[in-house]
Design a protein around this ligand. Structure first.
Ligand SMILES: Nc1ncnc2c1ncn2[C@@H]1O[C@H](COP(=O)(O)OP(=O)(O)OP(=O)(O)O)[C@@H](O)[C@H]1O
Ligand SMILES: [Mg+2]
Length: 342
């Protein structure tokens, strides 16, 4: 099967999974013709799925089409020894599904690894990615910067080739950020490998499944403040290594054995190169402070964000040209008004 055929196949499978899982409630009518068309397609996909299944087998009993889709997605990382078995689906998100896997010989030191598998449909609809892409150089499937003008042009034009590159770049950015931040000793799962739509990393949790996200946890009073400080320390590590998470909140932090692990990095932006970076940063800090306020830790998020920003050598808002101030940020608005009246 050629690469193009494979991609087409994956897309069809993704559509079928969606058909299987997103049946309209109340049973919308499907015409006879459509039904028989669907059956034909199902049969064709089923045969191809069986071809894949001969190559790689796993314990997890996936739904009909999910299995074929997974086999296609995980083939390469299994071949390279990052995983040896898929034990269960830990989380089925809208954007990506995360599977609990047994590591292969290439990741022997891990007890379990997580395979984060992006759904092609999600990637096709990368919404709102523009604000995060600002100031970013796209990366190819090897994680190298894309400079060739034909490729840069295709990405800008959003033709089919360009969209494929854009998707690869989105995932390559997540993996690159994780590699850099793990090396910087941030509290994140150790990343192992990336192939196609999949990232393999340490699994946070146990054989039963993923650790809870922080928003599901009520902290002991005595642990809330130290954990807040630890998370803020991580925010600083990110900043000092050129990253603002961009979607940080208690939903993207896993809590396991008293420790926090930050996850979900594809949208991370550069504080230096992204023009909205301060707004995105202040939003991250505010969301974290909101969660910790509910756990009894008081803080002043706007002030904290500004102080951290300036402490890491980024331009304080006060020094910005008025056109670079952000009308959605309360502090910036205040500055704007002061200057306006001066
Ligand atoms: N390394 C990991 N170990 C264990 N569970 C994980 C790991 N990474 C992600 N998960 C689980 O999968 C979920 C989705 O992962 P992630 O946040 O990276 O993807 P996402 O595309 O943002 O999905 P969503 O839109 O649901 O947030 C997480 O909330 C978490 O429960
Ligand atoms: Mg998430």
């Amino acid at each position: 099967m050629s690469k193009n055929q494979l991609l087409e196949f994956m897309d069809e499978l993704d559509d079928s999974i969606t058909d299987e899982t997103e049946q309209p409630v109340g049973g919308a009518r499907v015409s006879k013709k459509r039904q028989s068309g669907r059956r034909e397609k199902d049969a064709r996909l089923f045969v191809r799925a069986q071809e894949f299944a001969r190559e790689f087998q796993f314990t997890y009993q996936a739904a009909r089409f999910e299995e074929a889709w997974l086999l296609g997605a995980l083939n390469e990382i299994a071949e390279h020894g990052w995983i040896s078995d898929v034990l269960k689906k830990a989380k089925g998100g809208k954007e990506a599904s995360v599977y609990l896997c047994k590591p292969g010989p290439a990741a022997v030191e891990a007890q379990f690894v997580a395979a984060k598998v992006y759904r092609p449909r999600t990637l096709r609809n990368l919404k709102n990615d523009q604000q995060y892409r600002d100031g970013r150089t796209d990366l190819d499937s090897e994680g190298n910067k894309i400079y060739k003008s034909a490729e840069v042009h295709a990405i800008a034009k959003r033709n089919t080739f360009g969209e494929a590159l854009r998707h690869q770049s989105w995932i390559a950015h997540e993996f690159r950020a994780m590699e850099n931040l793990f090396a910087a000793q941030a509290d994140i799962p150790r990343p192992y490998a990336r192939a196609g739509n999949v990232i393999v990393m340490d699994f946070v949790g146990d054989a039963l499944g993923s650790a809870p996200t922080l928003n599901e946890v009520t902290l002991e009073r005595s642990e809330a403040r130290p954990l807040f400080e630890r998370v803020m320390r991580n925010v600083e590590i990110l900043l000092s290594h050129g990253y603002v998470h961009g979607d940080l909140s208690a939903y993207n932090i896993l809590y396991w054995e008293g420790a926090a692990k930050l996850i979900d990095f594809p949208q991370a932006v550069s504080p230096k190169d992204n023009r909205n970076s301060f707004r995105i940063f202040a939003r991250d800090v505010t969301r974290l402070c909101d969660y910790f306020a509910k756990q009894g830790v008081d803080s002043d998020p706007q002030r904290l964000a500004r102080d951290l920003w300036a402490a890491h050598g980024f331009k304080p808002r006060e020094d910005l040209h008025p056109r670079d101030l952000d009308p959605e940020n309360a502090h910036d608005r205040q500055l704007w008004e002061q200057r306006g009246s001066a």
